[in-house]
Design a protein around this ligand. Structure first.
Ligand SMILES: Cc1ncc(COP(=O)(O)O)c(C=O)c1O
Length: 362
């Protein structure tokens, strides 16, 4: 039996022939019509007025911060439990990432702890919808921040295909960022996108990502800007991947149902509540006892898995003092199970059987 990897990209003849067709046309390779088309598709799917695509979901977060006017020495609140790109995007522009502990049932930033962390220097928060989930008090968080003139930037890197009520995740804050790196529900190898309904923010985003130029190709610079543009080569893949998104959303939710049903009532495994009517899990996550032994056991049986992110405050890159008990606990116990879109039902039930066997034959 082939080893079941935790994640890999998925593409087929459609991507191959679209690329072939593009390369047989008058292709300029750099971003142009294909990138604009890809942006339109993201805007339409998420219900955003504007979308701008960038080389990756780390740079897009930095651009969002710059567009919101975040600058050197400003503070930006970020959850301690997230992919390291979230705080790094803040530090890249010379601002300071301030870590906040998370709430245990959603793994998102804790509202009360967030309020305690706000200072006069807080210019923005980056709200991470980790694994497609929102914090319980999303509406209160946004309202609180706006009353205090704090921008809400959503890091929705893991959330394409997840909704909250009527709205796509990313539509609650001022601007939201997505990632199209390989483990995501759609991928362009690398890639990121910002969506917003705010025209002024959008215009700033366009300037920042294209050397500060008022008009592409005309050398007149309104602000200091950089080159954070995409390529049509990647957009060709992105367009084909977007055509598959709705089916993938259904499939990922169905896969979640199979995982969560088959992992009920195992002593040693805790499931994180997930509303599969709205949320499309990026990875299937569990909290488990004896995690290292379970990883080894699964690996010996041909199943890959991946540990949750570490508490970022204690990583050598940051080494910040502070109490983050929830992050520490879930980072110690959290495990991502195989989440590749091509997994079959029989493989998922087999993985769940193995996990049950590990705990029940103990
Ligand atoms: C929550 C979160 N933020 C940001 C990023 C960074 O995105 P990228 O890898 O496209 O730079 C990721 C990527 O995995 C992520 O999961």
């Amino acid at each position: 039996m082939d080893y079941i990897v935790q994640m890999k990209p998925s593409f087929d003849e459609n991507e191959r022939s679209a690329m072939n067709e593009y390369m047989s046309s008058d292709a300029w390779l750099m971003e142009f019509k294909k990138t604009r088309e890809f942006e339109q598709m993201i805007a339409q799917y998420t219900g955003a007025k504007y979308c701008s695509i960038m080389p990756n979901g780390t740079l897009s977060l930095s651009v969002a911060l710059l567009a919101c006017g975040v600058t050197k020495n400003d503070e930006v609140l970020v959850p301690n439990y997230t992919m390291v790109a979230t705080p790094n995007s803040v530090e890249l522009i010379g601002a300071k990432a301030v870590f906040v502990d998370i709430e245990r049932h959603t793994l998102c930033m804790d509202f009360e702890k967030m309020r305690e962390a706000v200072t006069d220097k807080t210019k923005a928060i980056i709200l991470v919808s980790i694994n497609g989930r929102y914090p319980e008090k999303i509406e209160e968080i946004v309202q609180y921040c706006h009353e205090k003139n704090i921008y809400v930037i959503e890091d929705a890197a893991q959330s394409l295909g997840s909704f909250y009520g009527e709205r796509h995740v990313g539509k609650y804050g001022d601007v939201a960022s997505f990632s199209f790196s390989v483990p995501k529900i759609i991928t362009t190898g690398q890639g990121g996108a910002l969506i917003t309904d705010n025209e002024a923010l959008y215009k700033k985003i366009l300037l920042i990502r294209d050397f500060g130029r008022e008009k592409s190709g005309e050398d007149h610079y309104l602000v200091k800007g950089w080159n954070f543009k995409f390529t049509d080569l990647q957009a060709v893949i992105g367009i084909e991947q977007m055509k598959k998104l709705s089916d993938r959303v259904l499939k990922k939710r169905k896969m979640g149902e199979i995982y969560y049903n088959n992992l009920q009532n195992i002593n040693g495994v805790e499931l994180i509540e997930t509303n599969l009517e709205e949320t499309t899990p990026w990875f299937y996550d569990i909290l488990c006892d004896r995690r290292e032994e379970l990883i080894e056991f699964l690996h010996e049986h041909g199943v890959g898995s991946r540990r949750f992110y570490p508490p970022l405050h204690s990583e050598p890159a940051y080494e910040v003092e502070g109490e983050y008990p929830i992050t520490e606990e879930i980072s110690r116990k959290g495990l991502w199970l195989p989440s590749w879109i091509g997994l079959e039902e029989s493989q998922i039930t087999m993985i769940c059987r193995l996990i049950r066997q590990f705990y029940e034959n103990d």
